[in-house]
Structures are given as C-alpha cells and as structure tokens.
Design a protein around this ligand. Structure first.
Ligand code: ATP
Ligand code: MG
Length: 743
C-alpha cells in the first residue's frame, strides 16, 4: 500500500509515528495539533512496518463516534480489510466484547444485559422506597439520580460498597441540593442501596455501564492470559480517563507494556465524572522509559482564533504554559457581541449562518456550522430561531435515540428473549401495550420469582400454564397474549431470524402501530423512529458480523445479542446519518470534544462557568475546548437578559472572556466579518476547499437573494438595526460602514 501519507506529517508527528513499538509513548499537545491523526497513523505504521497483526492492536477512543471516525481515517491508510481487524472502540465497548466471550471467568452469564442509566435509576428508585421512612425521620430527600451518581463515581474510582467513605459522599438535603456533606446515617443508606443494587444487577444477569469497566479490570487482572492477545494499546483523549479506565489500560498492556497515549491537560473536562488528569503522571511512573513528545503546531484554526483561545486558557495561572502556533493566516477576528435578550441572540445566529452561506458563495454549507452550548437545556431558543428560518439542524447527543420510549418498549422484548432474568425488561414489556396487569399483580409475580429463585418471566409462564394455580385467574387471562408473544419470538430467534425481522414480527404480534396511534398524539414521529430502529438493526448486525473475526473467540454471540449490545453502547451522535452533514449542528461543548467545524457559535457566554460548577478551572478549559473547535470563524455571544434554571443573576458575559478583553481588546471584534475575496481565499486554504471557491458574481447573486429574503423575514426586521449594546462601551453604529456592508 502506498505510504505517501507519511509525508504529510511534520517532524514531531513523524517521530511519534515511527517511535519503536516497544517504547511506551506519551504525546502531549494542544488542540488541533494532530494527536488523533498521529494515533491513527501510528496504528497504520505498526501494522505496515512492524508487521504487528491488526487484531492485536487495541485503539481506545472517547466515544463510539470517534471510533467510527478513526476507522474511516484508517481505512484510507491501510484499507478496509485490515482496519476491520483492529479492535477499536471505547473502553466500555472493548470490555463488553471481551466479557461476552469470557463471562464465566468473572462469574457472569454470557447473555448478560447492559442496562442503561434510566433502568439503573428505576432500580435505585425501588430500593430507595425501602428506606423511605428512615429518610423521612431525618428530613432528608435523596433522589435516585444522586444515589446513582455516587455509586457511579465510586465504581469509576474502583470502590466497592464497603469502600465508600462518608467523607467522600455528597447527598442532597432538603432545601440545599448540592454539596452537603453526607451524614453517617445517610452514608449508611447509600452504602446499603449500593449493596442491594449490585445484588439486583447480578440477579438480573446484568451490568450497568460502570460495571463493564469494573468487570473488565477483573477479567484482565484475574486472567492475564486474556491480555496476551494485545500487542499494543493506543488511547486517545487520555487526559479524561478515570482510575478504573487507567487500571484497565494497565491490565491490557500488562504483557507487552507497549502503549501510546495522547492527551492535553488543558482539555481535561470530565473531572465531574471522576476523570483524573493525574493519570498522565501515573503512567510515567508505572511504565519504564516513557518517551514524551510534544506537538506544537496547530493545523485546525486560523491564527486569530488560536490567539483568542490561547488567551482564554492562559488565564489559568496553575497550568503549565505550552507553545502552540499555527502557520495558517490571521483570518477574521473572533466576534464578541451582546444582545438584549436570548431571542435576539438566537436570531442573530440564524441570520449570520444564512449570511455566511451567501457571502461565501456556497463554499460553506449548513453542515459547516455548529452552535456549542454549555448544557442542552439552553438549546430551545436556538432551535426555534433556526426552525423559523427553515435552517435544517440536528442536535448531537440531544434526545438520545435509544432512550426514546418507543425504542425502549421494543428493545425490552428483545432483551427478555435474550436474557429472561433481566427484570427491568420484564416489568416494561409485560404492559406494552397495556394489558391491565397492575402494580399489585406485578409485585406478587416479582416476589414469587424471588421465592422460587426463578425469573419473573418463568413465573408468568408457569401461571399461564396453570402451574401456579393460586394466583388470580384474571392475571392468567391478561398475561396469556404476552406469554404467547414471547414464546413465538423465542422460537423465531432460535431459528436464526435476524433482529430486524424479529422487530417486524414483534410489531405485528403486539399490534404496536395501533397501540401508538391510540395512545400517542405524535404517533407518526414515533413510528418513524421504529422504522429507524429496524434499519439500525440490519446495519448493526451487518457491522458486527464483519467485526466478529477480530475477536479471539467468536462463538456464542447471536446476532440478537450483538445487536442489543450495539444499541446499549451507542452513545451521543452515533445515530447520525449522511443527511446530517447538510444540517447545522447543535451540541454541548462536552460532546464536541475532538471534533472541528469551519464556523463555531458559542452563545450564552454567561453560562461559563456553569452556575453549579465546583471546579472553575474545568469550566475555563471547557470554553477553551469549545473555542478551539473553530477552523475559520468563531462567534462568542451573550445576552443581557437570561435566566438559567430560574436564576436571573447569571452573568451576561463570561468572566473568562472579560478577563481576556480587559487585557487585550484587539483579540475580538463586535463586527461580523464582511468576508471579502481575500478572506474567502484564506478560508478555502485552511479548509482545503480551493475548488469550491466561488467567484464575485456568484457571491453577489447569493447576497442579493439573501437581502431579499431578509427584507421579507419577520425575524430580523431592519437588518441595520442595532442588535445590542456591545462590551466595547459603545453602541454599534446604525450606519457603520463595515457593519452595513456586512449585512
Ligand atoms: P483535539 O485536541 O481537538 O482532539 P487533535 O490534536 O487530535 O485535536 P486532529 O484532530 O488530529 O488534532 O487534527 C486537527 C486537524 O488538523 C485535522 O483536520 C487534521 O487532518 C489536521 N492535521 C493534523 N496534522 C496535520 C498535518 N501534518 N498536515 C495537515 N493537516 C494536519
Ligand atoms: Mg483529537
């Protein structure tokens, strides 16, 4: 295979790629310096030049989406066949694959179900009820979400129920919902729930997300032979690994000690989820002769964007300063602008997107724009402004597909076929569609299951077969269609029916379409989602089948199990499709990690730092991550009136930005760029789009159409209207030449 791609690397990147495979390597570098590119190139180099079998390479990415992107990049370097053999995915998905094969080695059944946060919360909510009276006497309200996050943090730090110490726990007390140190009694309750929760999961033959890592560590540490398949581990975004993930990496690399990690302490933004940037130093201690290489050239952003971003992060006095430069041209200065209200702010964003598409003569399309939010809840005004202007948009990681009720309804049936022990699936499916099996009957079934040491499904089957005669006759009548459906599906699955066909059969057997029509006003959208699930099922099984040869022991996995696993591990943005590339993206800053867009808007400046944040520096780093996603244009906006969670005191301008402006006003401008021919040429150069660079005539034509449209749009009114006072201390001029030209 042609290796011209090696020539595209700069000398420092080249050193990383060619570094001997046996030497542990740590690459530390700022955003856009090619860390992910280097990681991908190193995989290719290990395979092509050191003849390391692709199946013995384990590449860990932060999200499944990132794994898909890395896979696409690798295909270009080494081809599809070789790429398919590399084990690539998140720590969670890699653990899930191995646990599936070797479940018995850690006391699990091979058909365990991965339960999601929603199901975990339901289980905890049930367990909390057992402590209701006790909590009431102490006047303490403990929410299932709080308990789950305590348990999750404990697991991320490798702690068991016995390890949770009162000092480390925080719980919500009435009237003071955050950071109240938990008292001994409450700690006791949480520890009890933690224990019972674990017991419940094991009885249901299921693992939660954190368990995938915990059991992964167990598997590789108790059975080091499973780690022998791995000759090299590579980890992207290493600064955001938690203790358990770090342990996992160490266990997997135990045999060869061949590891390559890339990271950037300035982009560590998951401390709130127990990530520990200290893992970088830990690695240097735990592995011998770790080589550190620093990359200093940024290839992503125009100079002015990089300068403003670096000015933001440089305000953190505790950080180790590092060099980051770009040989890209200066480019238009980032825009910093205020608006009277969040609606004006959102309208401006919609307006700027349309204007920029017109003014670049179509070189930029809607897919080139992203609006990055501190948290999802503020997306409403942006979404409606874009919708009003008929600008197609999508939310990355917004309403998660697999969390939709209609999807969960159908998956519950399939989970039950695969793992009859999984109680959450039973409790859901038994009343879809509603069969009138009430809470009392359900509680009776569950308690019998407990007594008989059988699954609730087995109990209800016995009821229907009249083997448990003393339960109400009506239960038998109501449950019979459910049991018949399960039996039919089970038979189909055993005959090897594909997951997508199983879903089709299920829809017919339970009359799900009719059920949606009768019960849901938006049944048509939900039905579309169901159809989407069917196509996802056919694609996921096809992909999984291709990936199977990469695994050490492909036996034992049914297509149904592979499909369920892919669904449960799908995370934010995984379900995006080709059409999405023509839509403006709305995403949280966290979800945007590692990605890049030509034009970035960061509205609601006052939400940095988040008003409930514990770690102010982490908030600053988050803003830095957001700014450094931009390639050619960056907008920071804020509104003078915004309430967040009813808190009207939220500051309008981020203190992180005002600190920068106080030092150097010239880093920003309040005037949206006009985008002259030279600006457009420069943008085309950075984006590598010289071929689509439109001529002046095309730009003129599009701008004329845009102006006509704006005149007739109720959204903006007179485009020369003052959109808001700016932070530079003057009102933007109604007839200011630069601005008038821009609009
Ligand atoms: P982040 O910290 O945000 O994850 P990163 O360091 O992983 O960033 P990459 O995403 O690998 O950076 O690269 C950023 C951009 O720069 C990509 O578009 C990549 O193709 C480009 N790039 C990286 N190195 C080079 C190079 N040597 N020549 C040309 N383009 C490069
Ligand atoms: Mg990266």
């Amino acid at each position: 295979m042609n290796s011209d791609w090696l020539d595209t690397l700069n000398p420092a990147q080249d050193r990383c790629v060619r570094h001997p495979p046996t030497g542990p390597l740590q690459i530390l570098a700022g955003p856009g310096s090619g860390k992910t590119k280097v990681l991908t190139s190193r995989i290719a180099y290990l395979i092509l030049n050191h003849e390391i079998p692709p199946s013995s390479i384990c590449a860990v990415t932060f999200t499944n989406k990132a794994a898909n992107e890395m896979r696409a990049r690798l295909i270009k370097l080494i081809g599809k066949e070789q790429t398919a053999l590399v084990k690539m995915g998140t720590f969670h998905s890699i653990c899930a694959l191995f646990l599936r094969k070797h479940a018995h080695s850690v006391g699990l059944e091979g058909n365990f179900t991965v339960c999601d946060a929603d199901e975990s919360k339901k289980i905890i909510s049930g367990l909390l009820k057992l402590h209701k009276d006790f909590l009431a006497t102490k006047d303490i309200s403990l929410k299932e979400g709080t308990v789950l996050s305590i348990i999750s943090k404990a697991k991320a730090q490798g702690q068991s129920p016995d390890d949770v110490s009162p000092r480390k726990l925080h719980a919500a007390k009435k009237g003071d919902h955050f950071n109240t140190p938990i008292q001994g009694d409450i700690q006791h309750v949480v520890a009890e729930i933690f224990k019972d929760y674990e017991k419940f999961l094991r009885q249901s033959n299921s693992l939660d997300f954190d368990d995938l890592l915990v059991f992964g560590v167990k598997l590789f540490s108790q059975h080091p032979r499973f780690a022998l398949w791995c000759q090299h581990v590579l980890v992207d975004e290493f600064q955001d690994t938690n203790t358990t993930q770090y342990k996992l990496m160490r266990c997997i690399a135990a045999a060869t000690k061949c590891v390559t990690v890339v990271g950037d302490p300035d982009q560590s933004i998951y401390g709130w989820r127990s990530a520990e940037v200290a893992n970088l130093a830990r690695m240097r201690n735990d592995f011998t002769n770790v080589t550190q290489i620093f990359l200093e050239q940024n290839y992503r952003s125009a100079q002015s964007i990089l300068a403003a971003s670096v000015a933001v992060i440089s305000q953190d006095k505790s950080r180790i300063p590092k060099t980051l430069y770009t040989s890209h041209p200066l480019g238009p200065r980032p825009v910093l602008r205020s608006f009277p209200s969040e609606h004006d702010e959102a309208s401006f964003i919609a307006y700027e997107i349309k204007r920029t598409v017109a003014q670049t003569g179509g070189m930029l399309t809607y897919g080139d724009f992203v609006v990055l939010l501190r948290f999802n809840a503020i997306s409403r005004s942006i979404e409606s402004a874009l919708q009003k202007e008929r600008i197609p948009n999508r939310i990355l990681g917004g309403h998660k597909f697999f969390e939709r009720a209609e999807i969960k309804d159908l998956l519950a049936y399939l989970q039950l076929i695969d793992n009859p022990q999984f109680e959450p699936a039973f409790s859901r499916a038994v009343n879809v569609p509603s069969r009138g099996i009430g809470d009392k009957s359900l509680a009776e079934i569950l308690s019998r299951a407990d007594k008989l040491k059988a699954s609730p499904l087995a109990v209800i089957e016995r009821i229907c077969d009249s083997k448990i005669p003393d339960l109400k006759v009506s239960v038998k009548r109501k449950a019979s269609p459910f049991v018949a459906t399960i039996r039919k599906l089970r038979k189909l699955a055993a005959e090897g029916t594909s997951p997508s066909d199983l879903i089709q059969h299920l829809l017919e057997l339970i009359g799900y379409g009719e059920h949606l029509k009768k019960t849901q006003p938006d049944w048509d959208t939900r039905w579309e989602n169901v159809q989407e699930l069917i196509s996802f099922a056919s694609e996921a099984t096809a992909d999984s089948v291709n990936a199977t040869p990469a695994m050490p022991d492909p036996s034992g996995d049914t297509p149904l199990r592979l499909f369920l696993q892919t669904s449960m591990l799908s995370s934010e943005g995984d379900t995006s499709n080709a059409e999405d590339s023509e839509k403006v993206t709305i995403a949280t800053c966290h979800a945007a990690k590692g990605l890049e867009w030509p034009v970035v808007f960061i509205p609601a400046g006052g939400t940095f730092p988040f008003y409930r944040a514990d770690d102010i520096e982490e908030e600053r780093r988050l803003l830095y991550v957001a700014c450094t996603r931009a390639q050619t244009l960056l907008y920071l906006t804020y509104s003078l009136k915004r309430k967040v969670a009813g808190d009207a005191k939220t500051k309008d301008l981020s203190e992180f930005v005002s600190a920068v402006v106080r030092k150097d006003q010239s880093l920003f401008t309040d005037k949206p760029p006009h985008l002259s021919l030279s600006d457009r040429e420069l943008m085309a150069k950075i984006l590598g789009r010289d071929k689509v660079l439109a001529d002046e005539a095309e730009v003129g034509r599009r701008m004329a159409m845009f102006k006509l449209e704006v005149k007739s749009s109720p959204l903006y009114g007179d485009p020369t209207d003052n959109l808001g006072a700016d932070i530079f201390g003057h009102q933007p001029s109604k007839h200011g030449s630069e601005e008038e030209e821009a609009y």
